[in-house]
Structure formats: structure tokens, C-alpha cells
Design a protein around this ligand. Structure first.
Ligand code: NAD
Length: 257
């Protein structure tokens, strides 16, 4: 049995992961904006600091696993909130809980990115450098100038930068003995996807697009991959992005891997 903290534990992929890990006998500390063990708003610096402090307090300073699933979809406004939760919220939790993981048993972290992370390359990511530099004002300026594209830019740009942030930590975390990976889901049947389907701008395109396996994923199909990445079966998997997308990544860029 081990102790695993999960952000976004109230809904969707985070809730499915919490349920699956609990059923396997693990203790879970859930973090969400409400309705979880720890209530924290990861869109603000104060909320992130509270989340880290509360997890350290509740865990006694030692964690065996961390899953970062809290996130907002491209339809959310203001668009700066998307990057505030998806990028800054996740990176603050990673860095704030690294020491607790180092003290854990066979520790590992999994960050929920997205197949959208490869819709833009790092070289062409208009907000990548500003995110990496922690410059929220510059990110806000780029998004304000992006017009109708701002939501998708905020989502894909923040997920691209998040996957890069995870991969940049592979040496430091490796030295500490903490494995760190991302999963990249395609469309998953959750409230976040439902909001996209209900949106007049995004809905038709999401409805039309069908993954090569012919359907969308269920949240438990992402949770089972997260569980694998946390466990000893993945003891040599570090710095990898695992696509759980029904073949979308291979469909869109078969020669790039
Ligand atoms: N559903 C999909 O199609 C899909 C595809 C690729 C990636 N993802 C990613 O999966 C992750 C989970 O999304 P989901 O589909 O399960 O959506 P969801 O809406 O069901 O769950 C997201 C959770 O994040 C929490 N959250 C949002 N803002 C927060 C904040 N400010 N502070 C704390 N918690 C906050 C929500 O309360 C919710 O419980 C997200 O990072 C999302 O980007 C989802």
C-alpha cells in the first residue's frame, strides 16, 4: 500500500484514477477546487501554495505517488485561467512535492497532458518561452492578441509546455530516484469534453473527429495507464509521454515519434 496525491480528483480522469487506485488498496489524498480532501484553487499562486502545504501536512511530508489531472478545456474563459491551471498549477505541484516524493517508496509522478500537446511544436509554441519563464503577463498579452484562436492556443500551448517541463526535469528527478512521466489522452468522455461538445465553436469539429479505434476513451482507460506508470511494472519508464488516444497521434504525424 502506498500514499498517492491526485489533483483534479473530483471529476473525470482524476476521479477514475482515484477510484482505481483506492480499489487496489492505496491511500489517496484528493485535491480539487472543491469536493475533495483538500480544497485548493490551482489557478492562483496562493491556491497552489495552499495545496502543496496541505498535502505535506496531510501526508507527513512523504508521498509515494503523485497524479496531476486538474485542468481546464479550451472553451473556458478567461483564457488565462486555462494556462494558470494547466501549466502553472501542475508545475507548482510538481516542484512543491518533489521532496515529499523523494522520501517515498519507489516513488513516481504522472502528469496528465494531452494529445493536443503535439498540435504545436515547442519551436512554434507562441506561449512556450513565456510559460517557462513564469511570465504570466506576457502569456496574457499573446492570448489577448490571438482573437478566436485564443482558447485552443491556451490549451495546446499550455499542454505542449507542460510536457516539455516534465521532460526537462528528467535528469534532476532521476538523480533523486523519482520517476516522472506524462499521459497524453485524446478525447475522453468527461465533463471537460462535454463542455467542448456543447460549445458552438468547438462542438461540431469535436463531434466530426473520430479516432482510428472508432470511439472516444472512457476515463478508466486513462486511469489504467496512469496506474501502470506509477507501478513497478514501469520501473524503467522515465520522461516518456504515453499516448492514450485511440491512434490519433499516429494518424496525425506517423513519421514523428
Ligand atoms: N477529457 C478529454 O477529452 C481530455 C483529453 C486530453 C487531456 N485531458 C486532460 O485531462 C485532465 C482531466 O480532465 P477531465 O477530462 O477529467 O476533466 P474534468 O473536468 O472531468 O476534471 C478536471 C478536474 O480539474 C479540476 N479543476 C479545474 N480547475 C481547477 C482549479 N482551478 N483548481 C483545482 N482543481 C481544478 C475540476 O474541478 C475537475 O475536478 C485535464 O488536465 C485535461 O486537460 C482531457
Amino acid at each position: 500500500m502506498s500514499l498517492i496525491a491526485i489533483s483534479g480528483a473530483k471529476s473525470g480522469i482524476g476521479a477514475a484514477t482515484a477510484a482505481m487506485l483506492r480499489a487496489s488498496g492505496h491511500d489517496i489524498i484528493g485535491i480539487d477546487i472543491g469536493g475533495a480532501d483538500i480544497a485548493a484553487d490551482l489557478s492562483t499562486a496562493a491556491g497552489r501554495a495552499h495545496a502543496v502545504a496541505a498535502v505535506l501536512d496531510r501526508s507527513g511530508g512523504t508521498l509515494d505517488g503523485l497524479v496531476l489531472s486538474a485542468g481546464l478545456g479550451p472553451t473556458v474563459k478567461p483564457h488565462v485561467n486555462i494556462v494558470a491551471v494547466n501549466y502553472f498549477g501542475a508545475v507548482a505541484m510538481l516542484d512543491g512535492l518533489r521532496g515529499a516524493l523523494q522520501r517515498g517508496v519507489a516513488p513516481a509522478a504522472v502528469v496528465v497532458s494531452s494529445v493536443s500537446s503535439v498540435q504545436v511544436t515547442w519551436e512554434a509554441n507562441p506561449i512556450g518561452r513565456a510559460l517557462e519563464a513564469g511570465d504570466e503577463a506576457q502569456v496574457a498579452g499573446v492570448l489577448a492578441a490571438a482573437g478566436d484562436r485564443a482558447g485552443q492556443l491556451a490549451y495546446a500551448g499550455s499542454k505542449n509546455a507542460l510536457t516539455v517541463a516534465v521532460r526537462r526535469r528528467v535528469v534532476d528527478w532521476g538523480k533523486l530516484g523519482v520517476r516522472l512521466n506524462t499521459v497524453a489522452p485524446g478525447a475522453v468522455e468527461t465533463p471537460l469534453l462535454q463542455a467542448g461538445l456543447a460549445d458552438p465553436d468547438y462542438g461540431p469539429a469535436i463531434s466530426r473527429f473520430v479516432a482510428p479505434i472508432g470511439r472516444r476513451a472512457r476515463p478508466d482507460e486513462i486511469a489504467s495507464v496512469i496506474k501502470f506508470l506509477l507501478g513497478q511494472g514501469a520501473s524503467c519508464v522515465h520522461g516518456t509521454q504515453v499516448y492514450v488516444d485511440g491512434g490519433v497521434d499516429a494518424l496525425t504525424r506517423p513519421e514523428t515519434f
